[in-house]
Design a protein around this ligand. Structure first.
Ligand code: BGC
Length: 420
């Protein structure tokens, strides 16, 4: 609390740290992020408000594009031209990659003052630290393996809940299709194809298979009958989407479920942020259910890394922002809007809905059962070039009539090449 308390106590925008190191610096932060959809924009606005209420000047740098592919391209060019933004939405192994380049600032002083080691779960600390030093702060825990369904459309074919096995999923989708309803709302962008793919890997293969195939990149797992069955299921899902799916943004696919144009979307719980932003009520206007799996949970932790910048105002801004992000108040406010759950301990879920409570309960169960796994599609499991190799094959298969055999051999080959 040291930065915030001093600012609030004095009413002036300088901090305890500023007195020592950056006399009278006014905290300023340029924040690069990709939160531009309805729910995302509301959530990031809550961070901006918090920052400004604590004396900070926020310079907004949004780069539209789901899952951040476009934002990462902008980041690379900004860093190359020696003009890194102060705070960047960054995740998983990408944090380590930028830290290896010497691009990230260390946040150990804020971490020590705020006791982060006691409130950030160890598994998340590992992602936020480089060689023992904090270089990033976690915002939330998003779950990827969800189905978002329209209960009115399900009821039209006599279903009152989402499917609990992939066979049930197919049977339900067939019935919906026969009734003239688009079973699956999908946006044909590589990361969305990969999002669906990894939930199928988890469901059909189980947690151990997911770990071997998509985290450890084990050749036997990649080159297996199970992986063929995964591609078979992807082919089925391809048959359940509407003709206009290519290039569609994920939030437009969510809107299709909301508006009764499609029955289900497989997407992370940022989709819930869209339903909530549109005033929809979980359990009434929409259903949240885990995609079929045995105690699986694919996690995706959004975080901000602080890049090396010069100027006392910018450094003060990074520290203030980091402190606020890990704070209990922000973690509650932001996650209520974003669809995710808090990344730190000590935040009550009392104000959260049943989907968030299910996420937390399933997370605990998955941790006990060994099913708590990093999302490959959302940059938590693999470095960019390795994930990219997998995603390319998944997309090529989804968008053609490639056989499952061919997809598996391409997958094995692509991963081997990327590993070298
Ligand atoms: C991010 C979410 C974001 C989603 C869609 C995910 O990779 O973790 O915060 O809402 O992409 O852009």
């Amino acid at each position: 609390m040291y930065l915030r308390k001093t600012i609030l106590a004095t009413g002036v925008a300088f901090s305890a740290l500023a007195t020592a190191n950056f006399a009278h610096a006014e905290p300023t932060a340029e924040v690069l992020h990709w939160w531009t959809s309805g729910g995302e924009a509301k959530a990031v606005a809550s961070l901006k408000e918090d920052f400004e209420a604590n004396g900070g000047t926020w310079v907004d740098s949004p780069v539209a594009g789901g899952a951040g592919d476009a934002a990462m391209t902008v980041l690379r060019s900004r860093v190359l031209s020696g003009d890194a933004p102060a705070a960047v939405q960054l995740k998983g192994p990408a944090i380590q990659e930028w830290a290896e380049q010497g691009a990230l600032a260390d946040l150990n002083d804020v971490a020590a003052a705020e006791g982060w080691d006691d409130v950030i779960p160890a598994a998340i600390q590992d992602v936020m630290k480089y060689e023992g030093d904090y270089v990033a702060v976690p915002v939330n825990v998003h779950r990827v393996d969800w189905i978002w369904a329209n209960p009115t459309l399900l009821a039209k074919v006599g279903a009152d809940s989402a499917p609990t096995t992939w066979d049930e999923f197919n049977t339900l989708a067939d019935k919906l299709q026969a009734a003239g309803i688009t079973p699956v709302a999908h946006g044909g962008q590589p990361w969305q194809d990969a999002t669906v793919f990894e939930t199928v890997v988890l469901g059909l293969g189980g947690p151990e298979f997911f770990q071997s195939a998509l985290v450890d990149l084990d050749e036997d797992a990649l080159n297996s009958d199970t992986m063929k069955a995964v591609f078979d299921q992807m082919r089925k899902i391809r048959g359940y989407v509407d003709a206009d799916f290519p290039g569609r943004d994920w939030n437009l696919a969510t809107a299709m479920v909301m508006n009764g144009e499609a029955a289900m979307q497989i997407m992370g719980d940022w989709a819930k942020g869209e339903f909530l932003a549109a005033g929809k009520v979980p359990g009434k206007d929409f259903i949240c259910a885990a995609t079929p799996s045995e105690n699986g949970y694919l996690f995706n932790v959004d975080s901000f890394a602080m890049f090396n910048v010069s100027g006392d105002d910018k450094v003060a801004g990074q520290k203030l922002l980091a402190e606020l992000i890990v704070g209990e108040k922000f973690q509650e406010t932001f996650n209520l809007l974003k669809g995710s759950i808090p990344a730190r301990s000590g935040v009550s879920l009392d104000k959260f809905d049943d989907c968030a409570k299910k996420s937390e309960a399933d997370l605990q169960a998955a941790q006990e059962a060994g099913g708590f796994l990093p999302s490959m599609a959302h940059g938590m499991a693999l470095r960019g070039h390795l994930a990219g190799a997998i995603v390319d094959v998944v997309t090529a298969h989804f968008n053609s009539d490639m056989s499952s055999d061919e997809a598996v051999s391409r997958l094995v080959e692509a991963v081997e090449l990327a590993k070298d």
